[in-house]
Design a binder for this molecule. Structure first.
Ligand code: ZN
Length: 426
């Protein structure tokens, strides 16, 4: 296949793809940005819009028990393991248009290019719109992809959406899914029916912008453990109480966060990449006051890393730090339910192939670790060869100012094309 023909097909779909992004944004616009809650209105809109678009393109459109959307270009051998390009269609509250959606639209773009090139692939090629990746809504990671992979963690269907208070089970049923089937844990996707999973995603850090390179090839997705609803129980008291009599829950929370932050700095100084986030960190507004020793302190904690040994170390570190602070400050930690997701190891051969593929199209690309977690992590944990392509993006993500140019989006798409053509033609 000549470069010229590929470039021509990109040119022919450029306007269509720009319009898709604009339509999805317009249909899920909120006050400041876009809001597509997991198993909620904005997400439903994006699934419906893309399903209709795919239907008009003549693709097969199907759903699974998690109500993920599959837009399939049928291959010559329908029973051969398929190649899936996908990402999530939900967003955080007042988020940006590209975090997630870009990966689904990339799948459609690749299929549109195959069609322009008159190629019937040897196996099915699928653009997958995944549900509920943003853990902020149900405080569970990868709800949609792990549902498809038959790998939902214990209790996931009973998790409540933070804004509605209703369970994942109820929301999934509302959106046309089948929570009872999910509860049985049957895998709709597995390493026996998926040959590759490739996720294009905007970069959420500024490293590609700073290096002035449009594309990154991912070499790993972090694993994580988190405590969504942790609490420290102390005792409310008068501001004049001497130190020795205090049970100050807020000071205990501050000491805990600082201890973890210092451990993070120590790990980083030794060359180990990781991240710790206290997304919520507060006293109880119904009981706190300027002259009151805080008797209760609430926080959420999210710890991520790329090595199993580091994750284990951090779990032990959390436990020992809790013990020390409890003893020194007369408080009690209630970390609450722990949630976790496995480390995503990208497929090294696929990484290499995507890097070479980029150079065939003269796309400047670098190898890099993913700072954030992604659905790709769930596919890799299920033993499916997985790759990720990051696209340069300004202003970070999870905010309305995220800014990926459509030109850069197509640099990400270009990166995949020669590899895909090798895989789907004989
Ligand atoms: Zn994302």
């Amino acid at each position: 296949m000549t470069r010229e023909k590929i470039e021509q097909s990109i040119e022919e779909i450029f306007e269509d793809i720009s319009r898709i992004f604009k339509d999805i944004e317009d249909g899920s616009r909120d006050n400041l940005g876009v809001t597509r809650p997991s198993y909620g209105d904005g997400e439903n809109f994006a699934h419906r819009y893309l399903s209709e678009y795919a239907d008009e393109l003549g693709l097969e459109v199907t759903k699974d028990a998690s109500s993920n959307t599959y837009m399939t270009l049928p291959g010559q051998n329908r029973s051969a393991p398929r190649i899936i390009f996908g990402s999530h269609l939900d967003s955080v509250q007042d988020g940006g248009n590209f975090d997630g959606a870009a990966g689904v639209v990339a799948g459609l773009a690749l299929i549109m290019i195959l069609k322009k090139l008159n190629i019937t692939p040897v196996c099915d090629v699928v653009a997958m719109g995944i549900r509920a990746e943003e853990s902020v809504w149900f405080q569970v990671s990868y709800l949609g992809s792990r549902g498809a992979l038959g790998a939902l963690p214990e209790g996931a269907l009973d998790a409540k959406r933070i804004d509605t208070g209703r369970t994942a089970r109820e929301h999934i049923a509302d959106c046309g899914g089948d929570p009872d089937a999910l509860a049985q844990g049957k895998a709709y996707l597995s390493s026996s029916n998926v040959k590759f999973f490739v996720e294009l995603h905007i970069e959420q850090a500024p490293s590609l912008i700073e290096r002035d390179i449009p594309v990154g090839i991912c070499t790993g997705v972090p694993g994580l453990f988190m405590y969504p609803d942790a609490r420290i129980q102390g005792e409310y008291g008068h501001v004049g109480t001497p130190r020795v009599y205090r049970h100050d829950a807020a000071m205990a929370g501050a000491e805990f966060a600082m201890a973890l932050d210092q451990e993070w700095a120590r790990q980083e100084a030794n060359g180990t990449q990781m991240a710790i986030t206290f997304g919520r960190f507060h006293t109880d507004s119904a009981a706190h006051g300027m002259t009151t020793i805080p008797g209760e302190f609430c926080f959420s904690m999210d710890v991520r890393g790329y090595e199993p040994a580091l994750i284990e170390h951090m779990e032990r570190f959390v436990a020992s730090t809790v013990q020390n602070i409890e003893a020194n400050r007369n408080v009690k930690f209630k970390l609450g339910e722990k949630r976790a997701a496995a480390i995503g190891f990208t497929d090294q051969e696929l990484e290499k192939a995507l890097y070479e593929s980029a150079s065939k199209m003269n796309v400047p690309a670098v190898m890099m670790k993913s700072p954030a977690s992604h659905d790709a992590g769930a596919f890799s944990a299920a033993g499916i060869p997985t790759g990720m392509v990051f696209v340069r993006n300004e202003n970070g993500s999870h905010n309305p100012r995220e800014k990926m140019s459509i030109e850069d989006f197509f640099q990400g798409v270009r990166t995949i094309i020669p590899w895909l053509l090798d895989e789907v033609t004989v």
